[in-house]
Design a binder for this molecule. Structure first.
Ligand code: CA
Length: 225
């Protein structure tokens, strides 16, 4: 789990760096907005952002707006010395996940960061992807190149089962067993129907379902994808 700390106060940065190290969490530090933007565009993947508002080159809330345009789910915790209700509301309205007013105890920040990182971890576990295909269990949503797929609940489940095992083989028997737990009518021919519907919906997307006759199915990227 990788945290980005955007904070110009060296004391806070040093103390957090030490605490994160104790927990074997990774921490990257940026002392101003321009360095943060650089890190966000080059390093890319962070699991949590701790964002100070009063930075040498501007208000952290500006960056929060930019971040939300790119990733609606990246947890952001705002740090600020401005203990005013209007500031708090502005931050939350722009999509901050939490808010901590300075001066704060570092233990408090650590506890809140931990809660956000745990939430992020469980979100990640429920989100599967392969190339342009993304499957999010908690939202019962699958997307292809960002566009929602129209799937029945059973098709959604079968797609999830294939994705969980991709690029490995999913035996047909495993699909029948999984469906049978929810639907007594599940058998080989029912599975074949769902597979053929999914195949049609995935056509031309760069992801396909390959049949290994007598064994089962493999969800994989096809040559064009
Ligand atoms: Ca500051």
């Amino acid at each position: 789990m990788e945290t980005l700390l955007i904070e110009d106060d060296d004391t806070i940065a040093r103390e957090l760096a030490w605490r994160w190290q104790q927990r074997r969490w990774r921490l990257t530090h940026a002392a101003d907005l321009s360095r943060a933007r650089e890190l966000l565009s080059t390093t890319g993947r962070f699991d949590l952002v701790l964002l100070d508002r009063g930075l040498p080159d501007g208000d952290g809330l500006v960056l929060l707006g930019e971040l939300r345009g790119r990733d609606a789910h990246l947890p952001v915790l705002i740090l600020t010395a401005q203990d005013q209700v209007s500031d708090r509301v502005a931050g939350l309205r722009l999509g901050a996940d939490d808010y901590l007013v300075k001066p704060f105890a570092v233990e408090e920040l650590e506890a809140r960061a931990e809660a956000l990182l745990r939430r992020r971890e469980s979100q990640k576990a429920q989100r599967l992807s392969l190339g342009p295909l993304v499957w999010v269990e908690s939202q019962r949503l699958a997307t292809l190149n960002g566009a929602a797929m129209e799937l029945s609940p059973r098709e959604f489940e079968v797609l999830g089962l294939l994705l969980q095992r991709a690029p490995r083989l999913t035996p047909k028997g495993a699909l029948v067993d999984e469906l049978a737990q929810r639907n007594r009518d599940a058998d080989d021919s029912v599975v074949e129907v769902y597979i053929s519907r999914l195949r049609r919906k995935l056509q031309g997307s760069g992801v396909c379902i390959r049949t290994l006759r007598g064994f089962g199915y493999v969800l994989e990227r096809d040559a064009e994808g």
